[in-house]
Design a protein. Structure first.
Lengths: 114, 114
């Protein structure tokens, strides 16, 4: 079991993970792709507010890190699909823990502590 | 158990959690405070590369969200300490999952898949 209390050196695993998850958009891309292969247009619709440029940039970064496979079908117009790799899928426990944490935040917002 | 595959509506818990964790710095502040109460100077030393302004801003945001308690001691110079609230501590499973994910990333970097 990782001791999250061990001092956070530059190469600390939490910093490593945070540099990949870096911000809301990448987290939501992971969340969508955990539901299975998605087309670019599906991702753009599912992640409200993300710009086409940001989505393309983040998908490119995840592909370069070996987290996402990109498949282009030579249809007219061409169809592009994104699938999590095995390494990419290993983010699932983080997203599940974030979902739990998010529910607690929402419950606290509904009935604040005394 | 939360279904991370359910479509991600704007109020989806993962988006909620991602808006709190938003980026590397807040994640690392949580990581440090999970180890117990820390002074501002201790946080600044432990989180390499964070600017004083960014640290103050993120701590202020976490305090406003009810995740961190700030205690100022009237010493000369005054001493300021930060402690996670119960709500703040509920992030622990996310940080622990990120630590595991980070280890997998680092292991993959050492011996890439064939």
């Amino acid at each position: 079991m990782i001791d999250p209390n061990a001092a956070c050196e530059p190469e600390c695993p939490v910093a490593e993970a945070a540099s990949v998850l870096d911000g809301k958009w990448t987290t939501l891309i992971f969340r969508e792709l955990l539901g299975g292969t998605k087309r670019y247009s599906q991702l753009q619709r599912a992640i409200g507010g993300i710009s086409p440029r940001m989505l393309a940039m983040r998908l490119g970064d995840l592909e370069a890190r070996g987290m996402v496979d990109k498949t282009i079908y030579p249809t007219v117009p061409p169809k592009t699909e994104y699938t999590l790799t095995t390494l990419g899928r290993s983010v699932e426990p983080v997203i599940a823990a974030m979902a739990q944490f998010g529910v607690q935040l929402q419950q606290r917002a509904i009935n604040p502590a005394p």
